[in-house]
Design a protein around this ligand. Sequence first.
Ligand code: G1P
Length: 303
Amino acid sequence: MTQSHSGISKAVIPAAGLGTRFLPATKATPKEMLPVVDKPAIQYVVEEAVTAGLSDVLMVTGRNKRPLEDHFDRNYELESALGRKGDAERLARVQESSDLATMHYVRQGDPRGLGHAVLCAAPHVGDQPFAVLLGDDLIDPRDPLLSRMIEIQGQYGGSVIALMEVDPAQIHMYGSAAVEPTAEGDVVRVTGLVEKPEPADAPSNYAIIGRYVLDPAVFEILRKTEPGRGGEIQLTDALQHLAEDEKVGGPVHGVVFKGRRYDTGDRGDYLRAIVRLACEREDLGPEFRTWLRSYVTEEMQAP
Ligand code: G1P
């Protein structure tokens, strides 16, 4: 595990969403618990925070999210059953998620948007910069992003968001950023932000992907932020204030990510994430790749 040298130690993971895109799978199971190969999607996100040195994790949950708490807790019955069988390998896998981080939970109550979810973290976070990781965005563990964002926050202060260039036709699904270059190739200065704009109104095709390192000044702004897009309190709108007025906790910089990112809230991307990560697994990969190759060959020959 690497340690964050920045003094940033807290990660906030909003996880109160309903997961309607995955119904009926998410009728009685939180979307965050859907497996990506053999781990729930949310475990990758917690592992990412821990790898970046953030071992204090606050999850903002809601109704029907108990399985999340159970997953990151001990399961003594299962552990002793596996222990009795002498199945050390599976026992280690079960214990992995409860040993990962110091977990905290707060419930959002009314689902009033991402900005509101982040505001629920204010009492826990206090007055230090902190990270926010959205559970739907899975960043490939081999392409570190958060540690670079923390480094940039240490350099410039203020807040740092993760950006990715997307097809302009897709920008309406994201927050879009107006940017200016800096001396560093992968870092831009953010001068404006719009949540889910129509393509014609988008300041650029730089999309916010779900990683943020935020100055705690964002809480004060969120308290005053009126509902925006979709009638929800938008984190993007609060960040727009920070970008606009440096005196209240700005500036805002963006780290431009060029690595592998999957939107596990989208069914197609979810499938792609599973195939990619399974192919690269040492235990499953060799056999799965062989099968995949012959399957693709068959598909190509089909009329
Ligand atoms: C949220 C943010 C949006 C961002 C996106 C990234 O939207 O509001 O600015 O681009 O996450 O995944 P959501 O997808 O939760 O509607």
